[in-house]
Design a protein around this ligand. Structure first.
Ligand code: SF4
Length: 229
């Protein structure tokens, strides 16, 4: 018998099976822009305790993956060769790893490429790497560290973000020159994480910041029960 949402209930069941946390055995470049060292240590020592994404977030992750595929297909259709998709990087000394979305060829040169999809209300305000660094959204503030570490590990001077507006589908490319100060700051963070792991210690909490702490993947183990600290 026909029934509304018969199909969607099956889709939801499928997505439910994809809600999980993954082991974290390195300092991931995608996380190194996070501004709380305690969070970065928990990612390594307590990854099993990380909150499992809500089903609503799982829908968003899936949409992000679809948009990334669409963006790659779009770039290729527009005549840009994209190679080395999902190439892995590793810095064994500092335990940093990552994988890049690809290298895009522009005027005969290959540049590291990072694709990000973005809500329509954030989109108009992000036109430069500086805009990302100053964003009020903590995950956007972390984007430059991610691409910058790829540039550093790949020995490249320049790379680019290709952003896609989730509401309209529009794209924009934002170029980034390697920022050695930022790379040094993020490598120092990785060293600090490694030291805490070796010493079996956890850094202090940052002063309570609702933007950072409410909704943090580790707030349930970090914040004292019933209080903000
Ligand atoms: S709840 Fe706040 S202090 Fe604790 S790990 Fe998360 S961001 Fe850091």
């Amino acid at each position: 018998m026909e029934q509304n949402n018969l199909i969607e209930s099956k889709v939801r069941e499928m997505l439910e099976t994809e809600r999980r946390v993954y082991p974290c055995r390195s300092n991931r470049a995608s996380a190194m822009g996070h501004e709380c060292l305690r969070y970065l240590v928990y990612c390594r020592t307590n990854w099993q305790d990380k909150k499992v994404p809500e089903i609503t977030l799982q829908y968003i992750f899936e949409m992000g993956n679809v948009i990334e595929d669409m963006a790659l297909a779009r770039l290729k259709k527009a005549g840009f060769e994209v190679t080395q998709q999902q190439r892995d990087f590793a810095d064994d000394k500092n335990g940093i790893t990552g994988h890049i979305d690809g290298y895009v060829q522009v005027d005969g040169k290959h540049y590291p490429l990072e694709i990000k999809s973005m809500s329509g209300h954030i989109w108009p305000g992000i036109n430069t790497v500086e805009d990302m660094k100053k964003s009020s959204h903590r995950w956007v503030r972390g984007y430059p560290s991610q691409l910058n570490l790829y540039l550093y590990l790949a020995g490249k001077e320049k790379g680019l973000f290709y952003l896609v507006n989730k509401q309209t589908g529009e794209g924009k490319d934002i170029w980034m020159a390697i920022d050695y100060d930022l790379a040094e700051r993020d490598i120092k963070k990785a060293e600090a994480v490694n030291k805490h792991m070796a010493d079996k210690t956890v850094p202090d909490r940052i002063p309570f910041d609702p933007d950072m702490c409410i909704g943090c993947d580790f707030e349930h183990i970090c914040l004292k029960a019933g209080s903000r600290f």
